[in-house]
Design a protein around this ligand. Structure first.
Ligand code: ADQ
Length: 512
C-alpha cells in the first residue's frame, strides 16, 4: 500500500511543538525514496500507516529522520552529509540516509531482524534461524545507524528509535550522547521469558534497549513480558512492575504501554468520499455478484496474519453449509512481503494453493468464493472497500496491534453504508481495546471460526449497530493523535527531568 502523502492531515493536537527541530527519528524504512524511471528521478511516497502518519509530524517541527536509503537514485540527491530536504515539493525537514550493502540488507534485515527477532517476538520459535552472520551484521548495521544519530543529535535532542530493527543502536548512541533523551517504540509483541530465553543474544538485546529513557509497547501484556525478561536476565537490574521502571547499569528506563491508533477522522472522511457508483463498479470489476455478502481480509503476506487458517475456515463453512455458496464472497487483499525469506515463499504457496482449492471446489458460473486483489488500491479505494464490506476477517495467530482492524472500524462511519462486523483474533494487540464488542475468534480453531463467520453474517441489525457504535467510539477516541500526545507527552516529562538532573550535576560540579 502506498498512501499518498498529500492525503495526510497535519497533526495539530499533540505536544510536538515542544520538540521544535530537536526530534531525531530513526527507522529502518524511509519516508521518501528516490528512484530512476524512464530516465528521470521520481519520488516514492510514504509506505505503510505509521510512516505516513509520522511524516506530517516531522514536517510540522522540522526534525531529522534517519533511515536506510533503499532507492536506486537516493545517493544522487543527497548532499555530502547524506542528507536531503523533504518532502520534495515543499521541503521542510531533513532526511538523513544510511547506506547498506546488499549483503547487509540480506543479513541485518532479512536475517536477524526478520528471521530471528520477528518470529521470536511472535512466539514462533520454530521459524527462527540463528545464523552467526545475521547477528554480526545486525550489530554493525546498528552501529551505522548509531553513528548517524551521533552526527545529527546533541544533548538537547530527543531521539526516537522505531522498532525491532534497532535494538542495539540506543546503547551504541548512548556512549556518545550521555545526556540526550532516547526512546524507542517496539511495534511487535514482546514474548515471555520462556520464549525470549531461547535467544542466545538475549543479554545484548536487553542491554541495548535499556539504554533508552523510555520504551513503549502496544499493550500492558508486552510491558509485563518485557519487565519479566529483564528481571530474569539481569541479577543486578531492579525492576518495579508497578511503576514500570527499571534501574540498570546506573540508569533508569521507563517501560509503558501506548496503544497505537489510526487517523480515524481521515479514514472515515476518505471512505465517505467514494461516490455512489464506487461499490457497484468495484463488484463488477472483480466479478462479485450483486446480492452476495462480502468479507474482506487485508494483510501483508505474513505467517503471523493467520491467512491459511482463515481460508481453511472458509472452506469448512462452504463445505458444511452449502447455503452460503454464492451468498458470501471473500475478498483478499494480500501484499507480497519479505519474499527473499524461504518461510515467506512457503506461505505464498500455501495461500495460493488454498485459494485455488476453494475456487476449484465451490465456484459456479457466476461466482467465485475467493476474489484476490493484486492491484494497488489507493487509500480511498481501500477505505471504500472496508466501508462496503459486511465483515472484516482479522485472524492473526499473533500480532503486535493490527491496524487493519482499527482502519476497518474507522471506515464504517460513512452514513450511506450499513455497519459491518469486525471478526477479530484474540491474539492481536487490538483485541485488548476492541475485544469486548468485536466477534472474538481463535485463529487455530477452524470449525469454530466457520461458526463465527456465520454468526457475524446473520447478526441482527440492532446488535451489529450496537457493536459498531462501541467500536467506533473506541477507535475515534484512541486515534493516532491520542497516541502521539500520550507518548510524546511522557517523553517531554522525561526530558524536563533529564535537563533538571543535568543542571543539578553542573551546579554541584561548579560548587566543588
Ligand atoms: P504490520 O504487520 O505491517 O505492522 P498492520 O498493523 O496490520 O501490520 O498494518 C500496517 C498498515 O499496512 C495498515 O495501515 C494497513 O492498511 C496496511 N496494509 C497491510 N496490508 C496491506 C495490503 N495488503 N494492502 C494495502 N495496505 C495494507 C506492524 C505490526 C503490527 C502493528 C503495526 C503498527 O506487525 O502489529 O499494528 O506494525 O505498529
Amino acid at each position: 500500500m502506498t498512501p499518498d502523502a498529500s492525503e495526510s492531515t497535519a497533526i495539530t493536537e499533540t505536544p510536538i511543538d515542544a520538540f521544535e527541530s530537536s526530534l531525531v527519528l530513526v527507522s529502518n524504512r524511509q519516508p521518501y525514496s528516490h528512484r530512476h524511471e524512464d530516465g528521470e528521478i521520481v519520488v516514492d511516497r510514504p509506505v505503510g500507516g505509521l510512516t505516513a502518519g509520522l511524516d506530517p509530524v516531522m514536517q510540522q517541527i522540522d526534525g531529522t529522520w534517519i533511515a536506510w536509503g533503499d532507492g536506486d537514485a537516493d545517493a544522487e540527491v543527497t548532499d555530502e552529509n547524506d542528507c536531503v530536504r523533504v518532502p520534495p515539493d515543499d521541503p521542510n525537514y531533513t532526511l538523513r540516509r544510511v547506506w547498506l550493502s546488499e549483503d547487509a540488507v540480506d543479513e541485518y534485515y532479512y536475517g536477524y531482524s526478520n528471521q530471528v527477532l520477528w518470529p521470536l517476538c511472535h512466539d514462533l520459535i520454530g521459524k527462527t534461524n540463528f545464523e552467526d552472520r545475521f547477528w554480526s551484521r545486525y550489530k554493525t548495521v546498528n552501529e551505522q545507524f548509531a553513528e548517524a544519530v551521533v552526527e545529527q543529535a546533541d544533548e538537547e535532542s530527543v531521539v526516537w528509535f522505531q522498532d525491532y530493527h534497532l535494538a542495539l543502536a540506543p546503547s551504541y548512541a548512548r556512549a556518545a550522547l550521555p545526556e540526550t533523551t532516547l526512546f524507542q517504540f517496539w511495534h511487535i509483541p514482546w514474548p515471555t521469558w520462556d520464549t525470549f530465553r531461547v535467544c542466545p543474544q538475549r543479554h545484548e538485546l536487553l542491554d541495548g534497549l535499556l539504554a533508552n529513557d523510555l520504551i513503549g509497547f502496544h499493550t500492558e501484556r508486552y510491558v509485563e513480558n518485557f519487565l519479566g525478561c529483564v528481571d530474569a536476565c539481569f541479577e543486578d537490574a531492579r525492576v518495579d512492575t508497578d511503576s514500570g521502571e527499571v534501574e540498570y547499569d546506573g540508569e533508569t528506563t521507563l517501560v509503558r504501554a501506548f496503544p497505537l491508533g489510526v487517523d480515524a477522522e481521515r479514514i472515515g472522511r476518505l471512505a465517505g468520499e467514494r461516490d455512489g457508483s464506487f461499490w457497484s463498479e468495484f463488484k463488477a470489476e472483480y466479478g462479485i455478484p450483486e446480492g452476495s455478502h462480502v468479507a474482506v481480509g487485508v494483510d501483508r503476506l505474513d505467517y503471523t496474519k493467520g491467512i491459511p487458517e482463515r481460508l481453511d475456515a472458509l472452506y469448512h463453512l462452504f463445505e458444511t453449509r452449502p447455503e452460503w455458496r454464492e451468498r458470501l464472497t471473500y475478498v483478499q487483499k494480500a501484499t507480497e512481503s519479505r519474499s527473499d525469506i524461504p518461510e515467506y515463499q512457503r506461505l505464498q504457496s500455501q495461500v495460493d494453493e488454498r485459494i485455488d482449492r476453494l475456487n476449484e471446489r465451490f465456484a459456479t458460473d457466476s461466482w467465485r468464493p475467493v476474489v484476490r486483489i493484486d492491484e494497488h488500491l489507493t487509500n480511498p479505494e481501500l477505505y471504500g472497500l472496508y466501508a462496503h464490506s459486511d465483515l472484516a476477517l482479522v485472524t492473526p495467530v499473533r500480532d503486535g496491534m493490527n491496524l487493519v482492524a482499527k482502519e476497518y472500524v474507522a471506515a464504517q462511519s460513512d452514513s450511506d453504508t450499513e455497519d459491518g462486523v469486525l471478526v477479530l483474533s484474540r491474539m492481536t494487540g487490538a483485541h485488548g481495546e476492541l475485544g469486548d464488542t468485536a466477534v472474538t475468534i481463535e485463529p487455530y480453531d477452524e470449525a469454530a471460526l466457520a461458526d463465527q463467520i456465520e454468526e457475524a453474517l446473520t447478526m441482527p441489525d440492532h446488535e451489529r449497530e450496537r457493536r459498531m457504535d462501541a467500536l467506533r467510539e473506541s477507535v475515534l477516541e484512541n486515534d493516532l493523535d491520542t497516541w502521539l500526545a500520550s507518548l510524546l507527552g511522557t517523553v517531554q516529562g522525561l526530558r524536563r527531568m533529564n535537563t533538571e538532573q543535568a543542571d543539578d550535576r553542573n551546579r554541584q560540579e561548579t560548587k566543588s
